[in-house]
Design a binder for this molecule. Structure first.
Ligand code: TPW
Ligand code: MG
Length: 540
């Protein structure tokens, strides 16, 4: 076995199911082995940001490793933003970059694709990954790969692996998976006892489930735990989509001033808020008018549990949830929660379309044809997604990068085989929409709902005086045919419904619905968000 095969087998054994990538001369020998060995399928895309987003989405939906393989310099550095997004949102992406051969590094010449030093790229990726290795020592390589992949999964954060191009075919031992570090049972017992006591004392405890619950594959157990404890569950904005397919007392999504008042009251009036795997970021919490006092909450994140001014280090989330389940009564408590109501029943008339109409149309569609996973970009489309029935969702709710939606949708279809819905604004589509051209080669057929307001509308809401937010009218519907899909432009609700019905029936080609929205027309959720944020900042 050579180094590349050893790495590819290790990736598969750690849960990777495919590789997204774009080769270059520093990566060609590795890509040849990817293709010839057939250990993992390879999907090439058109631009490295798309590679990074697709790998990230595949990791999120499959709860396993996502793999992004690129060439040195021009390739890898093109992916910095996507990997930073994965780092911020805790998605276990393995970045594999080709690199200069050991001999070349000694030539004294500057090499093409080199930024400052030959090591610059490694240094840059240090900042946005939790572990890194350059595989330049064949004896150490198996142990190094095992360590890096173990960290990727344990932290649920990206890692960086560089393969010097003259190392790819060197004979190498196979990678032996690292054993999980032991758990301090006494600390775990004490921590669980304290959490349960605090929840029992609280008059209105609430569980807020965050992305780590999904990253560590704990949705089923968390659903069970909340039923047994009688705890209503909310998700954060970032955690939206969690527990969608599970029997959980899910009330809705907490968005502070931007959310539904009953969900906001439930969370902000709780005297026992249990944040389980929740990223404590502004998009999740700064929207609170009453200012949740995070010191008074119970927080389990990043392998630690904090409450009452102290921290239990080294408590992995899965161990915590499993131990809690052992400690609570083994039957479900009878209690009911009031679930968020979603809009259904679109009037298929000649009226213009609003973002909330799109949510309504999607709800109607999923009621008739079954739920679909959604990949959403940043923009009003993501706020609109909050008005769609709970279903699997991948979206950059915290890091908020544009350009995620289309490639993430491709990653979802590659990883699950299920046809996704892609929600994307026109501004974001201008960034990465082109990647749809890769669908026909792989048989992907996402349905793309393009929220086309000819505008950077989210920016306009905060700064209406700036005319740079006006975008031109691009012929997105016409472009679809050239990219190997079908495109249609819709301006009325009747046209929207007809286009969605047709898209769902047409398999095998991507379906792009270019939905014309008037500038200034926002989803109900984004309207509440804007009004709330303005209200909060006026007070400050
Ligand atoms: C990679 C900043 C946040 S929202 C936005 C910009 C430019 C406008 C989005 O326009 P779009 O959607 O897609 O048409 P909508 O609903 O607002 O009309 N560059 C990157 N990411 C971000 N977040 C920005 C800039 C931004
Ligand atoms: Mg727009």
């Amino acid at each position: 076995m050579n180094l590349s095969e050893s790495l590819l087998h290790a990736l598969r054994e750690h849960g990777a199911r495919q590789i997204f990538g774009i080769p270059g001369d520093f990566a060609l020998p590795f890509f040849r082995i990817i293709e010839q060995s057939k250990i993992l399928p390879l999907y090439t895309l058109s631009h490295e940001p798309g590679v990074g987003f697709a790998a990230d989405a595949s990791a999120r939906v499959n709860m396993g490793l996502g793999v992004a393989a690129v060439t040195y310099g021009a390739g890898a550095l093109n992916m910095v933003n996507a990997v930073a997004a994965a780092y911020a949102e805790k998605s276990p992406v393995v970045v594999i970059s080709g690199g200069p051969g050991k001999g070349e590094a000694r030539s004294g010449l500057l090499l093409h694709h080199q930024a400052k030093t030959l090591d610059s790229q490694f240094q840059m990726f240090k900042e946005i990954t939790c572990d890194q290795v350059k595989l330049d020592d064949i004896a150490r390589a198996p142990a190094d790969i095992a360590r890096v992949l173990a960290h990727c999964l344990r932290n649920s954060e990206p890692v960086y692996i560089e393969i010097p191009r003259d190392m790819v075919a060197v004979d190498c031992a196979s990678v032996i998976r690292e054993a999980e570090p032991p758990i301090d049972r006494e600390a775990l017992d004490a921590c669980v006892a304290e959490i349960l006591a605090r929840l029992a004392q609280a008059t209105s405890p609430v569980l807020m489930a965050g992305v780590e619950v999904r990253r560590f594959g704990l949705e089923e157990k968390v659903a069970l735990l909340s039923r047994r404890l009688g705890l209503p569950i909310v998700t954060s904005f970032m955690g939206r989509g969690l527990l969608a397919g599970h029997d959980a007392p899910l009330v809705g999504t907490y968005m502070g001033v931007a959310g539904l008042p009953e969900v906001t009251r439930l969370v902000e009036n709780s005297d026992g808020l249990f944040l389980l795997g929740e990223i404590v970021c502004d998009t999740n919490f700064a929207v609170s008018e009453t200012k949740i006092d995070l010191r008074k909450t119970i927080q389990a994140l990043d392998g630690r549990v904090s409450m009452g001014y102290h921290t239990y280090p080294q408590i992995p989330l899965s161990a915590l949830v499993e131990r809690m389940l052992e400690s609570v009564e083994q039957h479900d408590r009878a209690f009911t929660v009031k679930r968020q109501a979603f809009p259904y029943g679109l009037l298929a008339d000649d009226a213009g379309i609003t973002p909330t109409d799109i949510a309504t149309a999607v709800n109607d569609l999923m009621a008739r044809h079954g739920k679909m996973p959604i990949a959403s970009d940043m923009g009003d489309c993501l706020f609109t997604a909050m008005e769609i029935e709970h279903t699997a969702l991948v979206a950059p709710g915290y890091y908020a990068t544009m350009g995620f939606g289309v490639p993430a949708g491709l990653g979802v279809q590659a990883a699950t085989g299920n046809r996704p819905l892609i929600l994307v604004g026109d501004g974001a589509f201008q960034m990465t929409g082109w990647e749809l051209g890769n669908c026909s080669r792989y048989g992907w057929d996402p349905i793309v709902l393009l929220f086309n307001n000819a505008s950077w509308e989210m920016l306009r809401t905060f700064q209406p005086e700036s005319s740079f937010n006006d975008l031109g009218h691009w012929g997105f519907a016409e472009m679809a045919a050239g990219l190997g899909g079908d495109g249609v432009r819709v301006k009325t609700r009747a046209e929207l419904k007809a286009a969605l019905d047709k898209a769902v029936k047409t398999r095998g080609r991507f379906q792009l619905i270019d939905i014309r929205l008037p500038r200034g027309v926002l989803s109900n959720t984004l309207q509440r968000f804007v009004a709330g944020v303005k209200r909060i900042s006026a007070v400050k």
